[in-house]
Ligand binder design. Structure first.
Ligand SMILES: [Zn+2]
Length: 431
């Protein structure tokens, strides 16, 4: 019986994927076509999700629209697996009612069929380097890398139905500027209808058989540096926008060094709307983090690839498959967040939002409303459990309890009737 219940529970847990993808709509002031970019359908193809993540955070559209879903298979992305529940790109023809990806697949289909969408790109990293003639085991017609993949030459569509021509124009643009000559892009036609049974189950085939122009961009898995893949993916997407008449600008220069820097700029996350973590300088482990027993989730993140992954008794804060920090939980029930608090920093009184960061040079003093207990992590004074209305200097703070590698960020937490109701971060700056 117990075994049966276990099976049943397992089944229920697996009924639906834990994380759902997000959709970002970047819309220009001037009317124009809409390009829909799907990333991360395969969780172990990082070029396919880090590139669209940068589209979301660093591009602006002036004419037309760019819709981006950078993390289709989010459960698999944070585990660096191709497909946690099987290959998501083989579920577009039929899907079982109890497939954990069912809801995600239905939502992807609805987006594809959206009247506003003119062209769809699905991003991957593929094996080897596609060539139309056999050269060796890496450069050959069976390889997928460095290619625009079309299912057939053309489809009947209002516009952009000549897939082959569009893919060739894009490849031509890409090939004007390569990091190495062997990175050259080609067009691979899988001739899906006649020759490729597997591809008939795919996202792009679903799209083209429903009158929507679609193709895949594959950078090569043999490029070992993720920033190289991201560079080519972004240049390919830009080439598509140039070809179909979407105008855009980005806030960075397109080169490997800059992309590398951007990929490792994680920004901040807010957990449960009450706990802020600045990820760029955070320590590897944060202890005694007030969390809920169940349902902890990220309520704000600079990166579209930020997520929480539970593992045993710990919670990892992930950017895609990269573990940025680990939270050791201290379980609390959550009270409604205290919206803001008055703080005296170096004798200046400020209204500080919760959660956020405030700066101090020498000292600070918290003025929490009546009934609230203040706990400053890294500060302790014998016989005091409430650190409200106490002047705290930098030297009173134990660096071992700082949140960050530079020992400058200290948590100031608020409790009411032993329920957690938010925090702010005191940041030491130089006088
Ligand atoms: Zn793939």
């Amino acid at each position: 019986m117990r075994f049966l219940i276990f099976l049943l529970l397992n089944y229920l847990v697996l009924f639906s994927a834990e994380l759902h993808f997000k959709l970002y709509k970047l819309t220009g002031k001037e009317k124009g076509p809409t390009l829909l970019v799907f990333g991360g359908i395969h969780g172990n193809e990082p070029g396919g999700y880090f590139a669209p993540a940068l589209l979301v955070t660093h591009y602006h559209i002036d004419k037309g629209a760019l819709w981006v879903a950078p993390n289709l298979n989010f459960d698999s992305i944070i585990r660096f697996q191709r497909g946690r529940y099987g290959d998501m790109n083989r579920k577009f023809s039929t899907i079982a009612k109890n497939d954990p990806d069912k809801e995600i697949i239905e939502d992807i289909k609805a987006l594809i069929l959206n009247d506003q969408v003119d062209l769809i790109l699905n991003l991957h990293d593929g094996h080897g380097f596609y060539r139309d003639k056999w050269q060796n085991s890496i450069f050959n017609p069976k390889a997928w890398g460095q290619a625009c993949i079309i299912d057939q030459k053309s489809i009947d569509a209002k516009r952009f139905g000549d897939l082959d021509k569009l893919a060739r124009q894009v490849s031509k643009r890409l090939n004007k500027k390569l990091l190495y000559q062997h990175h050259i892009f080609n067009v691979k036609n899988t001739e899906t209808k006649m020759k490729d049974e597997q591809m008939r189950l795919s996202l792009t085939y679903f799209a083209i058989t429903h009158g929507k122009p679609a193709m895949a961009i594959e950078t090569s898995k043999n490029l070992t540096d993720v920033s190289q893949k991201v560079l080519y993916q972004l240049r390919a997407i830009e080439a598509f926008m140039d070809e179909i008449g979407i105008s855009y600008h980005r806030d960075f220069d397109m080169n490997l060094q800059t992309i590398r820097t951007l990929l490792h700029h994680y920004g901040t996350v807010v957990i449960n709307d009450n706990f802020l973590v600045p990820l760029d300088t955070v320590d590897k482990l944060l202890r005694f983090v007030p969390l809920k027993k169940r349902g902890n989730h990220i309520t704000y993140a600079d990166s579209p690839l930020a997520a929480i992954k539970k593992s045993g008794r710990y919670y990892h804060v992930m950017i895609g498959p990269w573990k940025i920090t680990t939270l050791q939980p201290d379980y609390f029930t959550m009270k409604e967040r205290l919206p803001s608090v008055e703080i005296e920093a170096d004798e200046e009184i400020k209204k500080v939002k919760i959660p956020s960061i405030f700066e101090f040079r020498e000292s600070f003093r918290v003025h929490a409303p009546k009934g609230y207990r203040v706990n400053i992590i890294g500060f302790s004074k014998k016989g005091k459990s409430n650190e409200n209305n106490m002047t705290i200097t930098f030297h009173d703070l134990n660096p071992r309890y700082a949140m960050d590698k530079h020992n400058r960020l200290f948590r100031v937490e608020f409790y009411h009737n032993n329920q957690f109701c938010g925090m702010t971060i005191a940041k030491k700056v130089d006088p």
